[in-house]
Design a protein around this ligand. Structure first.
Ligand code: FAD
Ligand code: NDP
Length: 315
C-alpha cells in the first residue's frame, strides 16, 4: 500500500515527486515507457534549448533539465519505475493502479501528471512514410541524413511549429511552414524568428491531404482551404506540429474530462472529480502549457495530496 502514486514524469510529475518525497510520503512514480510515444522526462526531452525556465539565464537543454529533475526526485527519496500505467480503479479506496508489466499497486492518493502527446493528421500515405520522411519531432529526427538539403514541410502555426521550422532550417535547403489560416498562433517573439530566417517560407491557408513517394516520402498533395485547389509539392520531409492530445486514455472515463479529453480540475486547485485524485501539468492545462506552470501545478498537487492524506489519516 503506497501513500501516493505519481503517474507521469514531466516537470509536473517530478515537482510533485520532490515535494511529496520531502514531506516524507515516500512517493512512487511510474515514469512511463514511451507512454504516448514520449520518453520518460516528457515533452521537454524532445526539444533543444529552454530559454524561459527560471534559473537558467544562459538557457538549458530540455533533456538535461529533465535529467536534473529526475536526479532531484531520487535524491529526496522518490522511487521511480519505468512502467506505464494502463488502468486505474478509482471506484474504491485505496485506489488501484495497474501497469504494463502486470504490476498492481494500491495507493491512498493519486497524482496524475501524464501530460500530452503530439497529434497526427492521419492522411493517406502517412502510415507508409511514418519515420520514412514523416515525423512529429523535428528535434528528434531533423538531423538524420534523410532530411539533409531537402525541402521540408512543417505543418502548424503555433510555437512548436516555429521552433521545429527553425531547427530544421539548419539542415534543409528550404523549410515550408504550412498553416491552415493566414495568421500564426505563435507568440510575437517566435514569429520574429520566422521573419529573420531566410530559409523559411510560410504557405498560408494550406493543408497536406496526401503523402506520396516510393520507399521514402517524395512529396505531398496539398489543398488550399480557401479555393479548394489541389497541388503537388515535392518534398523530402513532413513534420507535424499541430498540437497535442492529453494522455488520459488509461483513466477510462473515471474522471470528469473536458470535450478534448483534458482532466477538469476545481479552479485554483488540482482537485479532480474524484476525492484523493489530483491532476497537474499539461494533462489539465488547455491554455498555458508551459514547463514552469507544469512544475508549479505539480507543487500544488503534492500539497493537495499531502493535505488529503493527513485529513483521511492514510499516512
Ligand atoms: P509531459 O512533459 O507531457 O510529460 C508527461 C510524461 O508522462 C511523459 O513522459 C509521458 O510518457 C508520461 N506518461 C503519459 N502517460 C503515462 C502513463 N499512463 N503512465 C506513466 N507515464 C505516463 N515549455 C516551456 O515552458 N518552454 C519551452 O521552451 C518549451 N518548449 C517546448 C518544445 C516542444 C517541442 C514541446 C512539445 C513543448 C514545449 N514546451 C515548452 C511545453 C512543455 O514541454 C510542457 O508544458 C511540459 O513538458 C508539460 O509537462 P507535464 O509534466 O505536464 O507533462
Ligand atoms: P498549439 O495548439 O499552440 O498550435 C497548434 C497549431 O497547429 C495551430 O496553429 C493550429 O492551427 C494547427 N493545427 C491544429 N490542428 C490542425 C490540423 N488538423 N490541420 C492543420 N493545422 C492544425 O500547439 P503547440 O504545440 O504549438 O504549442 C503547445 C504549447 O506549448 C503552447 O502553449 C506553446 O506556447 C508551448 N510551447 C512553447 C514554446 C516556447 O515557449 N518556446 C515552444 C513550443 C511550444 P490554428 O492556429 O488554426 O488553430
Amino acid at each position: 500500500m503506497e501513500n501516493v502514486i505519481i503517474v507521469g514524469s514531466g516537470p509536473a510529475g517530478h515537482t510533485a515527486a520532490i515535494y511529496t518525497a520531502r514531506a516524507n510520503l515516500k512517493p512512487l512514480m511510474f515514469e512511463g515507457m514511451m507512454a504516448g510515444g514520449i520518453a520518460p522526462g516528457g515533452q521537454l526531452t524532445t526539444t533543444t534549448e529552454i530559454e524561459n525556465f527560471p534559473g537558467f539565464p544562459e538557457g538549458v537543454s530540455g533533456p538535461v533539465l529533465m535529467e536534473r529533475m529526475r536526479e532531484q526526485s531520487v535524491k529526496h527519496g522518490a522511487r521511480i519505475e519505468t512502467e506505464t500505467v494502463v488502468r486505474v480503479d478509482l471506484s474504491r479506496r485505496p485506489f488501484r493502479v495497474m501497469t504494463d508489466s502486470g504490476r498492481e499497486v494500491e495507493a491512498g492518493a493519486l497524482i496524475i501528471a501524464s501530460g500530452a502527446t503530439a497529434r497526427r493528421m492521419n492522411i493517406p500515405g502517412e502510415e507508409k512514410f511514418w519515420q520514412r520522411g514523416i515525423s512529429a519531432c523535428a528535434v528528434c529526427d531533423g538531423a538524420l541524413p534523410l532530411f539533409r538539403n531537402k525541402v521540408l514541410v512543417v505543418v502548424g502555426g503555433g510555437d512548436s511549429a516555429i521552433e521545429e521550422a527553425c531547427h530544421l532550417s539548419k539542415y534543409a535547403s528550404k523549410v515550408i511552414l504550412m498553416h491552415r489560416r493566414d495568421v500564426l498562433r505563435a507568440s510575437k517573439a517566435m514569429q520574429d524568428r520566422v521573419t529573420a530566417n531566410p530559409v523559411i517560407a510560410v504557405m498560408w491557408h494550406t493543408v497536406p491531404v496526401e503523402a506520396y513517394g516510393d520507399k521514402f516520402l517524395g512529396g505531398l498533395r496539398v489543398k488550399d482551404v480557401v479555393t479548394g485547389a489541389l497541388t503537388e509539392l515535392p518534398c523530402g520531409g513532413l513534420f507535424y506540429a499541430i498540437g497535442h492530445a492529453p494522455n488520459t486514455g488509461f483513466l477510462d472515463g473515471q474522471l470528469d474530462l473536458d470535450e478534448a479529453g483534458y482532466i477538469r480540475t476545481v479552479p485554483g486547485t488540482t482537485h479532480t472529480s474524484a476525492a484523493g485524485v489530483f491532476a497537474c501539468g499539461d494533462v489539465q492545462d488547455t491554455k498555458y502549457r508551459q514547463a514552469v506552470l507544469a512544475a508549479g501545478s505539480g507543487c500544488m498537487a503534492a500539497l493537495d495530496a499531502e493535505r488529503y492524506l493527513n485529513d483521511h489519516q492514510h499516512v
